[in-house]
Design a protein around this ligand. Structure first.
Ligand code: COA
Length: 338
């Protein structure tokens, strides 16, 4: 049963102009296009300019949303930004956006940290705010500028990551209902498998590598995700009271196509109905799910009323699933090309 009262009414996206191709990476580290495509499915990523930060990516995504759907954000009463790469530890990206976008200073504004699961956590939070009646119009962003914290001498990480932003509006509605089952989780015993050092240099009694860049044990994250996500998807379905064959599109986090394949296989879900943004944008962390959703909308595949299952996973180790039905307003102008 879908709950009453909250719906996704608009979406916008942005990726920086600069492309980093597999052949560019061949000039930087000991790798090759064939290995990268075979092991990850990634061909290109977008890299922000030196003076372009997560707040800038978010701003452009919101401008795309407003232009496409003719939506005002003057009455937004909460801004949620999921990111692991905020411009600063504080002030928040959300506060910067509030001022830059001219959203009234009576709106709440917070950043949320749940790594690659961040967008789904933020969407879930927006739903809770709106369905409870506490807020009426929430701007939700998933955005990351991972290139700023990627070690371009480490071939096992630099081939994966890229930059981007996605934005959606979650609005209240007396009649329509667009959110159903969800499932959240976090297994902090794996916190040392993917991290960037901050004030502390150890977690779980493990001394961390202190490069100031993203560090990961790719194999461990891979194994954990392929084990955890199918179970989590089943929980979302149980929570929603529907079966997997009723799901029109599955949008797992775009970490690596070679992870999405076994996840679909374990679920017995057709890979053709899985949407991802990794082929030309890489792993964009919190942005990967809204980008994949928007690619589906821009391509005419994803339509209002279809059942879409989003599932984010990443550092923490966090994971979050949410079943949604879109109720997008009619487009009044074409999207800004990506
Ligand atoms: N080019 C060529 N060879 C590479 C390479 C690259 N870019 N990166 C690693 N290799 C090598 C390794 O050194 C290793 O060589 P060896 O056998 O001589 O030791 C070999 O390829 C296999 O390495 P392995 O780590 O087993 O590869 P993999 O198939 O597991 O792929 C990742 C590595 C990182 C792509 C993969 O594990 C992954 O995507 N993990 C998930 C990471 C993730 O999602 N992180 C973000 C959190 S959401």
């Amino acid at each position: 049963m879908f709950l009453k009262g909250a719906k996704i009414t608009a979406i916008g996206s942005y990726v920086p102009a600069r492309r980093l191709t597999n052949s560019d990476l061949e000039q930087m580290v000991d790798t090759n296009d064939e290995w990268i495509v075979q092991r990850t499915g990634i061909r290109e990523r977008r890299i922000s300019r030196e003076d372009e930060y997560t707040s800038d990516l978010c701003t452009a995504a919101v401008l795309d949303l407003m232009k496409r759907y003719g939506k005002s954000i003057q009455d937004v009463d909460m801004i949620l930004v999921a990111t692991s790469t905020p411009d600063f530890p504080f002030p928040s990206v959300a506060s910067i956006l509030q001022n830059r976008l001219g959203i009234p200073s009576t709106a709440g504004a917070i950043d949320m940290s749940a790594a690659c699961a961040g967008f789904v956590y933020a969407l879930h939070t927006a739903h809770a705010y709106v369905a409870s009646g506490l807020h009426r119009k929430v701007l939700v962003l998933g955005a990351d500028a991972l290139s700023k914290i990627t070690d371009y001498t480490d071939r096992s990480t630099c081939i994966l990551f890229g930059d981007g932003a996605g934005a959606v509006l979650v609005e209240s509605d007396e009649q329509l209902d667009g959110f159903a089952g969800f499932h959240l989780g976090s297994d902090g015993s794996g916190a040392h498998h993917v991290y960037r050092t901050g004030l502390s240099r150890s977690v779980n009694e493990v001394e961390l590598v202190d490069t100031g860049k993203l560090v990961q044990n790719g194999r461990e994250v891979f194994r954990w995700a392929v084990r955890t996500v199918p179970q989590g998807v089943q929980q979302v379905l149980n929570n929603a009271g529907i079966s997997l064959d009723q799901v029109d599109w599955f949008i797992p986090h775009s970490a690596n196509l070679r992870m999405i394949e076994p996840i679909c296989e374990r679920l017995n879900y057709p890979l053709e109905q899985a949407l991802y943004s990794l082929e030309y944008f890489g792993n964009t962390s919190a942005a990967s799910i809204p980008l994949a959703l928007d690619l589906g909308i821009r391509g005419g595949k994803v339509l209002n009323g279809q059942q879409i299952l989003l599932y984010g996973f990443g550092a923490g180790l966090t994971h979050a699933g949410q079943l949604v039905k879109l109720e997008l307003a009619p487009e009044v102008s074409p999207p800004t090309p990506l």
